[in-house]
Design a protein around this ligand. Structure first.
Ligand code: ZN
Length: 475
């Protein structure tokens, strides 16, 4: 029978993650010698250059502190338990491997360093941390700024968009100077100015089933700020499969949600929402609007939870869904239970590798609308030639107030089925909206109701403003 050696958490990475090992030896010295022969990476953590046990490593035999004894020579027998205990709870041994802070960093982070729950060790943990932000938009903006300012050592960012002027109302990572610049380039410039100590790793790509595991694997914490359901499920499943915490935030109009999905300790996103809503039911921020400050609040909560995860401090939003109503300024909290039958984190998971998330969310390829769409230039030509065409604007009244095509009749998409009688079913009809998506839905409604001569304006009123009437405001 051998001696059992208990390995403390900070040293487990050096012994293949094991918490205990069976080793042979007649004394503590011989057992530790055997241990470091079998796991050579441990040697520098246990022994100094002079071959003596490091001062912060204490050894107990069967719960007896042998510090006062000549510990290496202490005899052990089969069945004994040798415990290796780093001198400070939390792991001086680990602190030994954390990056050091420069004088500049000590000054920069001084308000953290004097906080008992952060301190020098916490700040070094932040410096060692690798955090991945999915999306550099509304939620990613405040999260990136606060995480960079707080001294997260490596910030990964995934995005493939270009900064657009309509982003600036809420995406405070970007500015007027970087309109037209890729968001990741814009983010890199801003973060470098804010805190040049932060390493920014950019992934200018759409996150897919093919690349998600490779990208996420390299990070400790993921903060998900995506704007579509397919990517939400992709991020969730990849995090569950890799055992990574997923700091979740979402926003719509005046409402936000936040949680931390960490399958090791609580439910995942699929435990909460096993299936996505049908496509089109929940409008995106581009269609439904969002109050600019809202992502600032939710993204900041994501940054806060990320920092707590890295520090290992406080109570996390694991198993809790935080709901925020900006108009009433109310936070509510729902308790989340883990679903034992969850297809990805449950007892018998059916999802053991990444799937086709577009298909899962019913996004599918765009239906073909051959001949159903008319370009703004063709429509202008037909109108100028005096062709009788009824233009039906299916946007909302407050959009109509911003800009409208002369002569268009406003019938919001939601009211269209009840207001069909207002339209002549023999007339030439062109439906239009902001960018051309809602007007295709209107076209389907009209065709199903027997209207035969209906077309939809490709690119919507925005294309009209660009190509036909440059005086018209865009939004
Ligand atoms: Zn789950």
């Amino acid at each position: 029978m051998a001696v059992t050696v208990l390995i403390p958490m900070p040293l487990r990475p050096f012994v293949g993650g094991k918490d205990a090992l069976e080793l042979d030896g007649g004394s503590v010295g011989e057992v530790l010698e055997q241990l470091t022969i079998e796991h050579s990476g441990l040697r520098k953590h246990l022994f100094g250059d002079d071959g003596r046990l490091r001062s912060f490593v204490n050894v107990y035999v069967n719960d007896r502190d042998i510090r006062q004894l000549a510990q290496q020579q202490t005899q052990v027998a089969a069945g004994d338990t040798v415990s290796i205990i780093p001198s400070i709870a939390g792991g001086t041994a680990v602190a030994d491997t954390l990056p050091k802070l420069s004088h500049e960093e000590i000054l920069r982070y001084s308000r953290h360093l004097i906080l008992p729950d952060v301190g020098v060790e916490g700040q070094r943990k932040l410096k060692a941390a690798r955090v991945l932000l999915i999306g550099a938009g509304g939620l990613g903006s405040p999260a990136a700024l606060y995480l960079a300012a707080a001294g997260i050592g490596t910030l990964g960012m995934v995005d493939f968009d270009v900064v657009d002027k309509t982003n600036l109302q809420r995406q405070i990572l970007h500015g007027t100077q970087t309109v037209g610049v890729p968001k990741l380039e814009s983010a890199r410039r801003r973060i470098e100015d804010l805190n040049p100590n932060v390493q920014v790793e950019t992934f200018e790509t759409r996150l897919t089933s093919e690349n998600a595991l490779d990208i996420i694997r390299e990070f400790d914490v993921v903060a998900d700020g995506t704007d579509n359901f397919a990517t939400r499920y992709l991020v969730n499943d990849a995090c569950v499969l890799l055992g990574k915490p997923n700091v979740y935030g979402s926003i719509f109009r005046f409402e936000g949600q936040a949680s931390v999905f960490y399958a090791k300790e609580g439910p995942c996103y699929r435990c909460l929402y096993p299936e996505p809503p049908p496509p089109g039911l929940v409008p995106s921020c581009a269609e439904g609007g969002v109050l600019g400050v809202l992502p600032g609040i939710i993204g900041s909560i994501q940054a806060m939870e990320t920092i707590k995860l890295v520090l290992g401090r406080g109570e996390l939003l694991i198993g809790r869904l935080l709901l925020f109503d900006a108009l009433r300024l109310k936070f509510r909290e729902l308790k989340l239970e883990r679903d034992p039958d969850c297809p990805v984190c449950g007892r018998n998971p059916t999802i053991t590798s990444l799937i086709d998330y577009e298909a899962f969310c019913g996004v599918g390829p765009e239906p073909a609308y051959d001949g159903a769409e008319v370009t703004v230039l063709d429509l202008k030509e037909e109108l100028d030639a005096g062709k009788p065409i009824a233009i039906v604007d299916v946007r909302e009244p407050h959009e109509y107030e911003i800009a409208s095509i002369p002569g268009a009749r406003l019938i919001p998409l939601g009211e269209l089925p009840e207001r069909l009688r207002e339209l002549d079913d023999h007339a030439e009809i062109v439906t239009h909206c902001h960018h051309g998506a809602r007007s295709l839905k209107a076209l389907e409604i009209l065709r199903a109701a027997g209207f035969s001569k209906v077309r939809s304006l490709k690119g919507g009123i925005d294309a009209w403003a660009v190509n036909v009437d440059p005086e018209m405001p865009r939004y």
